[in-house]
Ligand binder design. Structure first.
Ligand SMILES: NC(=O)c1ccc[n+]([C@@H]2O[C@H](COP(=O)([O-])OP(=O)(O)OC[C@H]3O[C@@H](n4cnc5c(N)ncnc54)[C@H](OP(=O)(O)O)[C@@H]3O)[C@@H](O)[C@H]2O)c1
Length: 191
């Protein structure tokens, strides 16, 4: 069954609820929809678009998923956040902030699942660069970065699938971003 949904629309939650019902319940929901803009000039519309999709849309979809799993007594929610959630930056402040929202929101949903005492898993995926339309840079990517830090969609998908199969709480994609995250956390905050 296929349904098309714009996660920013008021009807989005209902469309997903109806799809779940038509399928007779589901065991796994992956929320991957996302957007992002390079916006150093702080254009309001661009940042609003990011917040609408990555915050409001993400919350709408994950809420429906979680309510379903809590009612069903089991399930698995996967959210695709980003390594960008770890630090703000001047080129895409709203994107990083929206991804931080996703990461923390997923933490909250995982806590809710744990307190329910039911076998409900919540996986947070934090990709670094993946070579898709989303990967926006404001110049050519240096060779070393491309060679070591940009993964193909196929490799990213394989590693995400492995994390889903393990019902992991968290996964960096690719795994070497675990090291990048460690370094990023040591950096002083911007400014
Ligand atoms: N690529 C990277 O480097 C990277 C890094 C970290 C995190 N991520 C995250 O990974 C997720 C997937 O991105 P991607 O790399 O696969 O990029 P992508 O190829 O640009 O895919 C983005 C997806 O989001 C969907 N989408 C955007 N706005 C939507 C809306 N309002 N309603 C419903 N769907 C919407 C798009 O649907 P349509 O095609 O129909 O527009 C598309 O399927 C995103 O959450 C992104 O933030 C990506």
């Amino acid at each position: 069954m296929v349904r098309r949904v714009d996660v920013t629309q008021a009807a989005a939650a209902t469309i997903l609820e109806e799809l779940i019902q038509d399928l007779g319940g589901v065991d796994l929901i992956i929320v991957s929809a996302g957007t992002g803009h390079l916006n150093p000039d702080l254009n309001w519309e661009l940042d609003l678009d990011t917040v609408r999709v990555n915050v409001v849309g993400f919350m709408a979809m994950t809420q429906v998923a979680m309510r379903h799993f809590l009612k069903r007594g089991r399930g698995h929610l996967v959210g695709i956040s980003s390594i960008a959630a770890l630090r703000g930056g001047r080129r895409a402040a709203a994107y990083a902030a929206s991804k931080a929202f996703q990461s923390i929101y997923l933490d909250g949903l995982r806590d809710l699942a744990r307190h329910s005492g039911r076998p409900i898993a919540v996986t947070e995926v934090q990709p670094g660069f993946v070579d898709t339309a989303m990967m926006k840079t404001d110049g050519p990517i240096p060779y070393v970065v491309r060679r070591f830090l940009v993964s193909s969609p196929t490799i990213a998908a394989k590693q995400i699938l492995r994390a889903v199969q393990k019902r992991a709480k968290h996964a960096y994609i690719t795994r070497r971003y675990g090291f990048i995250a460690f370094i990023l956390r040591l950096f002083p905050r911007a400014g």
